[in-house]
Design a protein around this ligand. Structure first.
Ligand code: NAG
Ligand code: NAG
Ligand code: NAG
Length: 211
């Protein structure tokens, strides 16, 4: 087989053309790790690993800000001028990484929920990695000050304002807010809105049996 110089040049050009496309991450790339995370956070797993494996009514101490519910999202959007969905996505990542750290922190080495929780931490880490790559391509703009203040309080072990919350409730929040904030990956059925707290109410099982 003969490959002429022109053919080689063509091949090279082809490579140059394809390479940047491989390297660029788009928001859609987030959906793969998001879907893996969602599968792992399914109702059965949350109930088994975050409720049944714990003593009845067991609670974990978290910052107020780590109770990040669907209702918080609309409140933050209304309260903070110019907040972008990416700012809230980033906040979601930070909050839930902290939440999982706290869950793992109360689990002894051989606890039956330990592997599951550590795996969730890894899955969130994967989402974070892709998220970062996508963000690096956006214009560098600082998140609004109020968001940065929430970050600081979440990161500050001395910050005032703690609550005792059941681990399953924390992961339920994670699961629901994930659907609202990453709705490019989680298309809601028609006339349903994952950002609407009514969607997640008990009794709305018909539309969302795994809520
Ligand atoms: C939840 O995920 C586990 C595996 O992680 C799987 O065995 C189980 O069938 C799933 N449950 C539902 C209701 O999808
Ligand atoms: C758990 O909490 C519920 C609701 O607050 C309460 O009714 C129940 O008695 C508690 N169970 C135990 C074992 O403390
Ligand atoms: C969510 O709302 C609760 C009050 O219901 C508040 O304590 C908490 O700080 C809020 N979380 C965030 C991240 O804004």
């Amino acid at each position: 087989m003969t490959c002429s110089a022109a053919c080689l040049v063509g091949l090279l050009l082809g490579c140059l053309w394809v390479m940047p496309m491989v390297k660029m991450s788009t928001p859609a790339d987030l959906c793969k790790p998001m879907h893996t995370l969602k599968a792992s956070l399914n109702f059965t797993n949350r109930r088994q690993y975050m409720k049944h494996n714990f003593p009845i009514n067991y609670t974990i101490r978290v910052h107020y800000e780590e109770v990040f519910r669907v209702s918080n999202i609309s409140r933050l959007k209304a309260r903070i001028k110019g907040v972008q969905v990416e700012d809230l996505q980033e906040l979601w990542l930070l909050v839930n990484q902290e939440v999982l750290k706290k869950v793992v922190g109360v689990l002894p080495e051989r606890h039956p929920s330990r592997r599951y929780s550590c795996n969730l931490e890894d899955l969130l880490g994967k989402v974070q990695q892709v998220f970062q790559m996508v963000q690096d391509r956006r214009d560098e703009s600082e998140p609004p000050e109020q968001i940065q203040e929430i970050w600081e309080r979440v990161r500050d072990p001395e910050a005032a304002g703690w609550k005792w919350v059941k681990p399953k409730a924390l992961l339920d929040n994670c699961y629901r807010t994930m659907h609202c904030l990453f709705n490019d990956c989680f298309q809601a059925p028609e006339q349903e809105d994952y950002c609407d707290v009514r969607h997640w109410r008990k009794g709305n099982k018909k539309q969302h049996p795994q809520a």
